[in-house]
Design a protein around this ligand. Structure first.
Ligand code: PLP
Length: 494
């Protein structure tokens, strides 16, 4: 199994090369040369396996140049040994008659990014070994909050790797900021950007593609790699939990094999929902894919109209990890839905770059709307959903999951049968917003909202957040976007 670029099908890489490189030279994203398939027989066998067994089988179909033993080692290192509280990486909770929540936040940073970023370091070091890479890998991350901490946790202490994280100083929750600043490990560095997420993101992209900086890196024996979801190695572990959720429901006789299961995904960069789309294309009986946006609803507008238009105001919302106007992974969907025409993807992406918008050919839009439904919730609706779900089910939703559940309620009439709503963060990661929605008064200080939420609801505080109490911040620096290059050079000793 080889990988090709969405902007140049003749650019062919092995799986390990695609993972190491992250993004292709001409700016395209790597995708598998064909999507592998699961027969119902295979799926039935997976129903009897545990999470590790299911992950192994999914990964084996994609990682052409990895051995079965290598895959098994990576998967075990990621999902066993107490990394996930309760030893179930992706448990389901039932909410009412026909709805389940897929809880993806039981890992070390309490958001779904752990599902991929606990596995990616293993895949990356194995890839470096296979390709006889001698240089130190520098993982450069721009984060709106959750990716940064998950990459720090995943890569801390990994030999031959350094992690540099840049986050928007005023664009993350207090808990997210403390999680990153207090990170342990000798090979990590964290810095705030005096600006928003887009400033951090464009600064990182500029460094990634600057040949002069690459030259300085090479002379010092280093090379960049990416832990953002442009890296196919991030998407692969996300396909696994859709397969696993389906198998759990069949095993528990909630679903008959073959019966369609709809999924609702709180969406930002389009990575999570794209993994569900891949799972569907591979033969997993998924019904509709519901893309849930917050007030920055560029994606749900796109699904409705076939026009992607990022020329609009950006609003900081209660679900900051979804505050994004350019969803990079959409490019991979355009490639698949557009019949794998690289020339078409090139021209759409060029239009986006030059004008901030593009219009889909009608047949591509029609193909996409056969699978996808879009919807959004603003902040007021999100708060109302947190309140009503708690009142009805005594279940706490974080604001991102609440957006998804709110959209589920709005489009429910189009979803006959059963639905999984993807739950992407622990409510304690956004305790201040959850308390406000539930009208629970809080005091001053980082843990006052945590304590108030616990006192009012009795819901368990995740251990990794509990352990952050009283830890001192190690990384309190900030710089402007223009100073990022100098900061990187200094930290890397160039
Ligand atoms: C990253 C993130 C999202 C958005 O996921 P994408 O793959 O970028 O669409 C949603 N919720 C939370 C809590 C996140 O951290």
């Amino acid at each position: 199994m080889q990988y090709i670029s969405t902007r140049d099908k003749k650019n062919v890489k092995t799986a390990s090369e695609a993972i190491l490189q992250g993004i292709s030279d001409e700016g395209g994203l790597f995708v598998p040369e064909r999507l592998p398939a699961f027969s119902q027989q295979e799926l039935l066998q997976l129903c009897a396996a545990d999470y590790v067994g299911r992950a192994e089988k999914v990964l084996e179909k994609f990682l052409g140049d990895f051995t079965v033993a290598e895959i098994s080692e990576c998967v075990r290192a990621a999902y066993t040994g107490g990394k996930f509280e309760g030893e179930l990486p992706a448990p389901l909770s039932r909410l009412g008659e026909e709805c389940y929540l897929l809880e993806l936040w039981h890992g070390p940073t309490c958001a779904f990014k752990d599902m991929a970023l606990q596995l990616l370091p293993g895949l990356m070091t194995a890839s470096a070994r296979k390709n006889a890479v001698q240089q130190e890998l520098v993982i450069l991350v721009a984060t709106s909050g959750d990716t940064g901490k998950a990459a720090l946790e995943g890569f801390a202490g990994v030999p031959g790797v350094r992690v540099l994280v840049f986050y928007p100083r005023d664009g993350v929750s207090e808990m997210q900021k403390h999680q990153m600043r207090a990170q342990e490990g000798e090979n990590v560095y964290v810095c705030a950007i005096e600006g928003n997420f887009d400033d951090a993101q464009s600064g990182v992209k500029k460094l990634f593609t600057d040949p002069a900086f690459a030259g300085r890196m090479a002379r010092a024996g280093k090379r960049f790699s990416s832990a953002n979801s442009i890296n196919f190695g991030r998407l692969l572990p996300q396909i696994v939990y859709y397969v696993s959720a389906y198998c759990d429901l069949v095993r528990d006789e909630e679903l008959a094999m073959g019966e369609p299961l709809h999924v609702v995904v709180p969406t930002g960069n389009f990575g999570n929902i794209l993994a569900a789309y891949y799972a569907k294309r591979m033969g997993l009986p998924i019904g509709r894919l519901v893309c849930a946006s917050n007030r920055n609803h560029v994606l749900s507008d796109f699904l409705q109209s076939g026009v992607y238009d990022r020329n609009r105001a950006f609003y900081p919302s209660l679900s900051p990890s979804m505050d994004i106007l350019i969803s990079s992974n959409l490019e991979r969907l355009l490639f698949e839905a557009g019949g794998r025409e690289d020339a078409q993807v090139r021209s759409l992406m060029q239009a986006l770059r030059e004008t901030g918008r593009y219009t889909l050919p009608e047949e591509v839009h029609a193909a996409i709307t056969r699978d996808f439904i879009g919807g959004f919730c603003d902040d007021g609706e999100t708060q109302a959903v947190i309140r009503s779900v708690y009142a009805r089910y005594s279940y706490l939703l974080d604001p991102h999951t609440a957006v998804a559940y709110g959209v589920y309620e709005k489009v429910r009439s189009q979803l006959p049968g059963k639905t999984v709503v993807v739950s992407t963060a622990s409510p304690y990661k956004f305790a201040g917003s959850v308390c406000e929605a539930l009208r629970i008064p809080t005091g001053e200080g980082l843990f006052s909202a945590t304590d108030a939420l616990f006192a009012a609801t009795g819901a368990a505080v995740p251990l990794p957040l509990e352990r952050l109490r009283g830890r001192t911040d190690r990384f309190c620096e900030s710089c402007t976007a223009g100073e990022m290059e100098g900061t990187c050079a200094r930290i890397l000793g160039l």
